[in-house]
Design a protein around this ligand. Structure first.
Ligand code: MG
Length: 328
């Protein structure tokens, strides 16, 4: 049922290492975008991808996708608790499982790696980002255009491996011949727009070339993060599968990860996790104009980059208060 497919993962132009991972094991496809200090991000995304590749289980569809992601979550969480060097690591995960018997594709996702589909000459984003700006856009406090350039756009509200359990979004779509699906990390979508993605994918005959072109465009747009692109197309019966995996080597020009120490006056914001409950709490605080309320504090402290996220929260409150004032 899966016809052509292609995968490219690239370090980008600003990072020293590639902390993204992918799975291209039809009928299963996935991207994972790891985060954490030192090499922990690579450990998290690599572990999560390995769990998917083992992939045993009797369930089908969304159930299977959700249980694979839960298992990946447990394994990353367990490792981060056992190994101090990886403490607090996490990863996003977006999974697609094609079921040829039912002609459907089950998706599951956590974080801000996205799934898109091109069908009938249109690009559609299938996933909702579990991110700070995603929440702000959905609650009407930020426009999609503002979100594209928002300094906190890398802050995610859900991740694998940071808590013993994780909320997984799952959904199923009908698969039609010629549908083209894209799974990608935010290193693509932060650097180029949906229109640019569509311009590359629309009518593309060669998925390998299309995947390379997306990576190139993201690098030309700045290449500030690791970029991973998984493309697969639903074929017609009897079509032969083709796979292309092209590691694109790009020399890093600068490493921004070290700026997280706070020494840089304008630190580049790396991926950080703030639980949705905390975001919600702050939205409510702004709504109620009672920023000092002590009620509704989250029981769990987030585990990724505590100091940075604290600074981000303070910035967020300032931005929200400003937005609220403008709205008056
Ligand atoms: Mg990323």
């Amino acid at each position: 049922m899966v016809g052509r497919m292609a995968v490219v993962s690239d370090t980008g132009r600003r990072r020293r290492r590639n902390e993204d991972a992918f799975v291209c094991a039809p009928p299963l496809f996935a991207v994972a975008d790891g985060m954490g200090g030192a090499q922990a991000g690579e450990v998290a995304s690599g572990l999560a991808a390995a769990v998917l590749e083992e992939g045993a289980g009797d369930e089908r569809g969304e159930e299977r996708v959700a249980s694979l992601i839960q298992e990946a979550n447990r394994r990353v969480f367990q490792r981060s608790n056992e190994d101090a060097a990886t403490s607090g690591m996490g990863t996003t995960m977006t999974v697609a499982l094609v079921d040829s018997s039912s002609g459907t594709i089950a998706f599951g996702h956590v974080g801000d790696s996205r799934a898109y589909r091109v069908r009938d000459g249109q690009l559609e984003q299938l996933t909702d980002d579990h991110s700070l700006v995603g929440e702000l856009v959905r609650s009407g406090k930020l426009s999609p255009e503002e979100a594209e350039t928002h300094p906190q756009r890398s802050v995610i509200t859900r991740a694998l491996g940071t808590e013993p359990d994780v909320d997984v979004d799952t959904f199923t779509v009908e698969a039609r011949p010629d549908d083209l699906y894209l799974l990608c990390s935010d290193g693509l979508t932060d650097m180029i727009s949906a229109d640019e993605i569509f311009a590359v994918l629309d009518g593309s005959d060669d998925l390998e070339l299309a995947a390379r072109a997306l990576i190139e465009a993201a690098n030309e747009g700045g290449g500030e993060d690791n970029i991973t692109v998984v493309l697969f197309q639903i074929g017609h019966q009897g079509e032969v599968e083709q796979t292309a995996q092209i590691p694109v080597a790009v020399e890093p020009v600068e490493d921004d990860e070290d700026t997280l120490s706070g020494l840089d006056p304008v630190p580049v914001v790396d991926t950080a996790v703030i639980p949705a409950a905390v975001v919600e709490e702050h939205l409510q605080r702004v709504d109620a104009e009672s920023p000092d309320s002590e009620q509704g504090r989250p029981k769990r402290r987030r585990r990724i980059l505590p100091l940075l996220a604290l600074v981000l929260l303070i910035l967020l409150i300032a931005v929200l208060v400003e937005l609220a004032l403008w709205g008056l």
